[in-house]
Structure formats: structure tokens, C-alpha cells
Design a protein around this ligand. Structure first.
Ligand SMILES: *Cc1c(COP(=O)(O)O)cnc(C)c1O
Length: 235
């Protein structure tokens, strides 16, 4: 029997993930258009990414700024790039022209640097604040109380547009275990939105192992990598 092509594997995985997103939306009485799939390509080969893009998957996420910049050059104009990993301040100017959304703003200093660089590049950009909801020492992200303290700063940004919050739940065997962390992110968003007097519609939460409870708790962006490329081996 001939082995399956990359196209067939990626196409089947994508359809499976889209189907599970649609079912989770159904269960929570949301329309499927309210959830955007960000395909995380950090461990993917270019040939796999090309298949995804050919299949119409235009939102792609990378966790490293240099890799995002290199890959953005491979898909000029077609793809919306999302930075989902830690951003050092000295990489702000590298990333800003190439991204649609930065999910991982994890300090006031980074937010200030982005505002400054965005102004000098005359680029308006959307960002999310990354929150360390679980309080694990190994995780990046603002403590919830520190995020609430940024309410005034968020109001005064001119170039950077805060659009919501992002989190990673702890890695657990059971996806249901992640649910309380997603709920907490939504509640924090509600509170920050009120304090800052700004709309913060986006919640970036849910990965391959836990995107269904995330959607049921209000995710508008799910970041999925390994599930989309399962069955493929890197060269
Ligand atoms: C790698 C990564 C993902 C995707 O993880 P999978 O388990 O492969 O779906 C999502 N979010 C962030 C921040 C990541 O670094």
C-alpha cells in the first residue's frame, strides 16, 4: 500500500481539529466563527506548513522571534503570523513588522518597548497580555494582580492596541483539569476590561491537549501544534 502523503496527513488532522472545535462551539452554544485556530508551527517543517497554507489555514504561530521572521519571509503576504513565545525587548523591532498579533506580552517593560518601537515604525499592532494563572515558577507571564495594575497604562497606549489575555494551563493528564485555569483567565479579563474601560475581546487559551474545555470557557484563539502534525516525522 502506498504510504500517505504529507498533504493527506495534514488535511486529515486539520479536518479533525476543525471538527472538534466546531463540536466544542456547539456544546457551548457559540458559533464556530468565534474561535480562530492558530496553527503552531514551531516543530513543523516548511513542507508541512505549505500544505496547511494550501488548505487555507492562514493563522500560524511561532514561539521564537527569529524563526517567525525567517518563516514570514517564506510566505510573503499570505499568512497572518502570531508570536506566542517569550519576546525579549531587543527583538521588538524585528517582530513588529511581521506579526498580526503578539500573544505573549509578559511585562510592563516589554509593553513600553513595543509602544516605543511601534511609534518609531509607525505601525499599529494588536497584543495580548500573557498571564501566569497557575503561578508555576517555570512559566512566563504576569501575575493576575500585576496585570490588573496595568489598567491605566493600557488606556494610555497609542500605537499598541491591547486586545485580551493569553495563558497556558499546567500540563495535566486530564484536559478537564485545565478548566479552572481557563475560567480564571476569563474572569480576570472581565475585571481588567472593566478597570481599563477598554474592550478586551480575545482569550488565547487551549493547546492540543486541552482546547475543548478552553473553548467551553470562552477561548477565541486556540493554539494547536502537535495534533495538526501527528503522524509526520521530521527529516
Ligand atoms: C508549543 C505551544 C503551543 C502548541 O502546543 P501543542 O501542545 O503542540 O498543541 C501552544 N502555545 C504555546 C505558547 C506554545 O509554546
Amino acid at each position: 500500500m502506498p504510504s500517505e502523503s504529507i498533504r493527506e496527513i495534514v488535511s486529515r488532522n486539520l479536518a479533525e481539529v476543525q471538527g472538534r472545535i466546531a463540536s466544542a462551539c456547539d456544546r457551548s452554544s457559540r458559533s464556530a466563527e468565534t474561535v480562530r485556530l492558530v496553527a503552531v508551527t514551531k516543530y513543523a517543517e516548511l513542507s508541512w506548513i505549505r500544505e496547511l497554507v494550501d488548505l487555507g489555514q492562514m493563522d500560524l504561530g511561532e514561539s521564537r522571534p527569529q524563526q517567525l521572521a525567517a518563516r514570514a519571509a517564506e510566505f510573503p503576504g499570505r499568512v497572518q503570523w502570531h508570536l506566542i513565545g517569550h519576546l525579549q525587548r531587543n527583538k521588538a523591532a524585528l517582530v513588529l513588522p511581521r506579526v498580526a498579533l503578539i500573544h505573549s506580552v509578559d511585562s510592563l517593560r516589554l509593553l513600553d518597548q513595543l509602544e516605543k518601537e511601534a511609534q518609531s515604525l509607525t505601525l499599529q499592532r494588536d497584543v495580548l497580555l500573557e498571564i501566569n494563572v497557575s503561578g508555576e515558577a517555570s512559566k512566563d507571564g504576569l501575575a493576575p494582580a500585576d496585570a490588573l495594575d496595568l489598567a491605566d497604562r493600557l488606556q494610555r497606549l497609542e500605537w499598541i492596541r491591547p486586545r485580551g489575555l493569553m495563558t497556558m494551563a499546567p500540563l495535566l493528564d486530564n484536559p478537564e483539569g485545565a478548566r479552572p485555569f481557563f475560567r480564571r483567565l476569563r474572569e480576570l479579563r472581565d475585571e481588567l476590561q472593566q478597570r481599563a474601560g477598554l474592550p478586551l475581546p480575545e482569550l488565547s487559551m487551549g493547546m492540543s491537549g486541552d482546547f475543548e474545555p478552553a473553548i467551553e470557557e470562552g477561548a477565541t484563539l486556540v493554539r494547536i501544534g502537535s495534533r495538526l502534525f501527528s503522524g509526520l516525522q521530521r527529516e
